[in-house]
Design a protein around this ligand. Structure first.
Ligand code: ADP
Length: 482
């Protein structure tokens, strides 16, 4: 039987040592499927974080100038270690986060994929030789690791969000101080154990859990930390961007989304419903690329709603660790209450619940997968991120109207559209203000392509060849007097 405790580290990794908080204080971690406490992690603060930063700075001296082949080999070994332990890491993820096991396995696989991708990409991180305007000079553009990186990650993809940051950072020759989300610290701490096992030198990867404000504050105020990479809410992201000003850090931000999913009359209905289900209900709707607003053209509206309702009603809700479960519990009670608030707001403004709509009979933080129709731009979810299993369906008539409505938000992360009109595909690419656009696909994240939002959804890209850029500094070298 798979044992989820194999990589469950209940201490922090600082400078190669597994340690507790100076105060001795611990934080309990619960399984959202059962409410049971599964373990504890240290409640660290600023002092421990400053020590982790110092350890990362010390390790950076050798790591940043180490043989590229050495770093690539370690990353390949890390990739293999993840896949060798996929079952146990996935079960650990499901146990602390709630998502169905098949999704957790997929997350571990994509985590490994990011590590391998950046091990490959770093070998192509070339500089340039620029034609010099004068004889006797050679102009070169060279690339160097930015330095110590602070990585702050959320609870919804506790493994892969760190993979996207650790992969490029370690490949580039940076060292890292990571702070996983308090609700799901074990998938983050597991990275420390795996890195240690495959032989990363002490201090290259440091992982601290505890007070977000204290740890985040220490990372942000430190002049030693040259870059901060954050995935989380737009609210906290803005705060971190402000805090970065004092030390002029590089920041990359993966923030909130409010994805539109547009179904045109000419769509393949089967494909649209299949895409809708994955784009809405994956991870119980708790992803930043989850559909927030379905815009469905009049001619196909009723047929689409009927099929969406049927598919939603068929979802199997339960403990994600159990076979066949497609929807686990939500992360916490605040998340449940927020979905209830969206539903109450919408129905008070005329929306109709056609499926679900309330807490699930399983109790705890389980919620019924829900579909509402008659959505309008006055409703709260038109502009706010739902982050839950609630599908809101708006009706539209023309392409122009759909694009305008889709863009009417401060966010610009992911957008989806179903159509078979090739001209329209390119009009959508031009018209939709989104960093990721899926045409006839509801799940498009892949290690090979750049993931990142426009507008207030963030800055910087993760994955793709672009995912390395933020971890490399560019220098211009002029050699004269030749
Ligand atoms: P989410 O709603 O996805 O939890 P948050 O933005 O609240 O999004 O959290 C994302 C990550 O940012 C978590 O690791 C959280 O602990 C951390 N975080 C929250 N507040 C702060 C803060 N003030 N400074 C630094 N990190 C923070």
């Amino acid at each position: 039987m798979t044992d989820y405790t194999t990589y469950m580290q209940q201490s922090n990794l600082i400078g190669g040592d597994w340690t507790g908080a100076d105060s001795g204080k611990m934080i309990e971690v619960t399984n959202p499927a059962t409410g049971a406490v599964i373990g504890t992690v240290p409640n660290c603060g600023a002092d421990e974080t400053h020590r982790a930063i110092a350890a990362a700075a010390e390790a950076f001296r050798d790591w940043s100038i180490s043989d590229l082949g050495f770093r690539v080999q370690l990353l390949q070994d890390l990739h293999d270690a993840l896949l060798d332990n996929q079952e146990s890491l996935a079960l650990l993820l499901t146990t602390e986060q709630g998502k169905p096991l098949f999704e957790a396995k997929g997350e571990i696989a994509i985590s490994a994929g990011y590590i391998r991708w950046f091990a490959e990409e770093i070998r192509r991180a070339k500089g340039e030789i620029v034609p010099a305007p004068q004889a006797g000079r050679r102009l070169m553009v060279t690339r160097h690791p930015v330095g110590v990186v602070g990585a702050i990650t959320p609870w919804n993809f506790p493994s892969s969000m760190l993979a996207r940051k650790l992969g490029p950072a370690l490949a580039a020759g940076c060292t890292v101080v990571a702070k996983p989300a308090t609700a799901t610290p074990y998938s983050g701490l597991a990275w420390g154990k795996l890195c240690e096992e495959v032989g990363f030198p002490a201090g290259v990867v440091n992982i601290v859990t505890g007070s977000a404000r204290a740890i985040g504050g220490a990372i942000m105020e430190s002049p030693t930390v040259r870059k901060v990479t954050f995935t989380g809410s737009t609210k906290i992201g803005k705060q971190l961007i402000r805090q970065s000003a004092d030390t002029v850090k590089k920041v990359s931000m993966e923030l909130g989304g409010n994805a539109p999913f547009i179904v045109f009359d000419d769509a393949d209905l089967d494909a649209a419903v299949e895409g809708a289900m994955v784009a809405k209900f994956r991870n119980m709707g708790q992803t930043c690329v989850c559909t927030n607003r379905f815009y469905v053209q009049s001619g196909i509206h009723d047929a689409f709603v009927a099929r969406l309702r049927e598919a939603t009603a068929a979802l199997v809700v339960g403990n994600g660790a159990e076979e066949g479960v497609q929807q686990g519990p939500m992360i916490d009670m605040d998340a449940v209450e927020k979905v209830e608030e969206f539903i109450a707001d919408a129905t008070s403004k005329g929306a109709k619940i056609v499926e679900g709509g309330k807490r699930h009979g399983n109790g705890g933080t389980y919620f019924e997968p829900t579909v509402v129709t008659g959505a309008t731009s006055e409703m709260q979810f038109a502009t706010e991120e739902i982050f839950g299993p609630l599908a809101a369906v708006f009706r539209f008539e023309s392409e122009e109207e759909a694009i305008e409505a889709a863009n009417a938000t401060e966010f610009g992360l992911a957008a989806y559209a179903y159509t078979r009109d090739v001209g329209r595909v390119f009009r959508l690419d031009q018209g939709l203000d989104y960093g990721l656009i899926g045409i006839n696909a509801g799940l498009i994240t892949t290690v090979e392509a750049p993931f990142g939002g426009l507008k207030q959804s963030g800055m910087g890209k993760e994955g793709g060849s672009q995912g390395l850029d933020d971890y490399l500094e560019t220098k211009y070298l002029c050699v004269a007097g030749l």
